[in-house]
Design a protein around this ligand. Structure first.
Ligand SMILES: [Zn+2]
Length: 322
């Protein structure tokens, strides 16, 4: 089971528990009012009996069923009104002993009557994905809806429209099976992080396991793994190889040593061999990439990645000016 599936089944389990708890709590409140108000206890008994009678009338199909059921429902409504009145006059809310679900649509079970996942469960699963990925705050602000082409002008705008199209289609078509890799090249403040975050959001929402991490942090995990003296401190570097989509932010900000280059090569190459998708963003130019990393890495980057060049003037600066 992947981290994702594990987490999902835990969430679904928690939903089931929440739903059962809501019913148990309501049952306890009902027992409480039944004990306090004998009149309510009698009404509850009668309500239960009429409920059965309605069911019987419906299944037996004797005489004028519809009329019979309507009569029973009417009695039911009167009893409920009387019950509510007793509660109200004693300072209780009328629906005191009803079941209170947070989501009425799925009764907190997370699933609709037709077996489909309820939106509330989908949202919870996505949120936990963002949190696990460490980008809950980022995706809230930087997503496709908030991406503003208005910050780009002239040829930069035209270029950006193309990049945005590639990114949208990437997020839409991502299926965890066909490998697709993007490399974002451009100076700081031109929207690389924004679009990485936008893609991560959509892909996580569709249930895939995404890791979004800076090159520096990834390298530092590999270093800890290699040099740590205590097993307890060992980071989980396997996740970088296993996740459905690995987003490496800010390639080039890490220290370049033989060790870091070989780590990166190993990671990128292994994922390529296993046909697992990646998005890499970097603010160093093609020429510098060639100088900094071995041919082995750069030939991979330029051969197996769709290159998206980010142009324009620093958006963060323009935002401040606006
Ligand atoms: Zn729901």
């Amino acid at each position: 089971m992947s981290r994702n599936e594990n987490e999902q089944s835990e969430i679904i389990h928690a939903f089931r528990e929440k739903s059962a708890r809501a019913r148990a709590d309501a049952e306890a409140r009902r027992a409480e009012v039944d004990a306090k108000f004998p009149e309510i206890a009698r009404i509850d008994e009668t309500l239960q009996a009429t409920g059965l009678r309605i069911l019987l009338a419906a299944t037996k199909g004797e005489g004028d069923i519809k009329k019979r059921i309507a009569q029973l429902k009417e009695t039911n409504d009167e009893l409920l009104a009387a019950r509510g009145e007793i509660l109200r006059s004693n300072g209780y809310p009328e629906d005191y002993s009803d079941v209170h679900y947070e989501c009425e649509k799925c009764s907190d079970s997370g699933f609709l009557p037709d077996g489909k996942m309820c939106d509330c469960l989908k949202r919870t699963i996505a949120r936990s994905g963002f949190e696990r990925c460490g980008i809950a705050k980022l995706v809230e602000k930087q997503n496709f809806d908030s991406f503003d082409l208005g910050y780009y002008t002239g040829s930069a705008r035209e270029n950006m429209e193309g990049v945005l199209r590639i990114c949208r289609s990437y997020a839409e078509k991502f299926n965890g099976e066909e490998m697709q890799n993007l490399i974002f090249i451009g100076k700081t403040g031109l929207g690389k992080t924004h679009l990485s975050s936008a893609i991560a959001k959509e892909v996580i929402e569709r249930g895939y396991d995404v890791i979004y991490e800076s090159a520096q942090n990834i390298i530092s995990d590999f270093e800890k793994e290699k040099f740590s003296r205590y097993d307890a401190d060992l980071p989980d570097t396997k996740k970088y190889f296993d996740c459905d989509l690995l987003i490496i932010d800010d390639l080039g900000t890490e220290m370049t040593t033989q060790f870091t280059v070989s780590c990166l090569y190993n990671l990128i190459n292994t994922r390529l061999i296993n046909e697992k998708s990646m998005i890499i963003s970097t603010n160093i130019e093609r020429q510098e990439l060639l100088e900094r990393y071995s041919d082995r890495i750069t030939s991979r980057l330029f051969g197996e990645f769709i290159i998206c060049v980010f142009e324009g003037t620093d958006i963060r600066a323009s935002k401040l000016r606006r």
